[in-house]
Design a protein around this ligand. Structure first.
Ligand code: HEC
Length: 119
């Protein structure tokens, strides 16, 4: 008898659980944090100016001129993350959100880019 009751309790618990509000478990697709462009500027001045210059045109050590670079935002993020030539990879130095912000900031060197205003 005791076994039947405990079995019933188990079944009841299962049903209560199954009918409860479903918990949202899907992770968000985009990185949750989007840093402002001003954060990208500060990071650029700290890490990138030395080779690329304030306007992206310095080209020290043959650093690509960022004001004429045809790379898309995603491609720039990949370069910053993984490095290229003498440019080091920043994946251990900058967080994904920081890489995103600094890459967005380098897009500003292209005159035609008006997608985002620097506050
Ligand atoms: C030690 C100097 C140095 C530093 C510091 C540096 N870069 Fe570079 N960067 C380079 C060089 C050199 C290249 C070109 C490499 C090649 O094409 O072989 C380059 C290429 C790039 C490119 C690709 C341009 C193109 O059109 O191919 C991007 C974007 C870029 N750098 C962004 C950044 C950002 C953002 C930072 C700071 C987080 C940074 N770099 C720091 C030297 C540097």
């Amino acid at each position: 008898m005791l076994r039947v009751i405990s079995l019933l309790v188990l079944v009841a618990v299962f049903f209560i659980h199954a009918c409860g509000p479903s918990v949202e478990r899907e992770p968000p697709e985009r990185p949750v944090e989007v840093l402002p462009l001003s954060a990208g500027k500060a990071l650029y001045e700290l890490h990138c100016v030395i080779c690329h210059g304030n306007d992206g045109k310095l080209g020290l050590n043959d650093a690509g001129d960022l004001s004429v670079s045809e790379l898309t935002l995603e491609e720039r993020k990949a370069v910053i993350r993984d490095g290229v030539g003498v440019m080091i990879a920043y994946r251990r130095i900058l967080s994904p959100a920081e890489i995103d912000a600094v890459a967005r900031y380098t897009m500003k060197f292209k005159e035609e880019d008006t997608s985002e205003k620097l506050e």
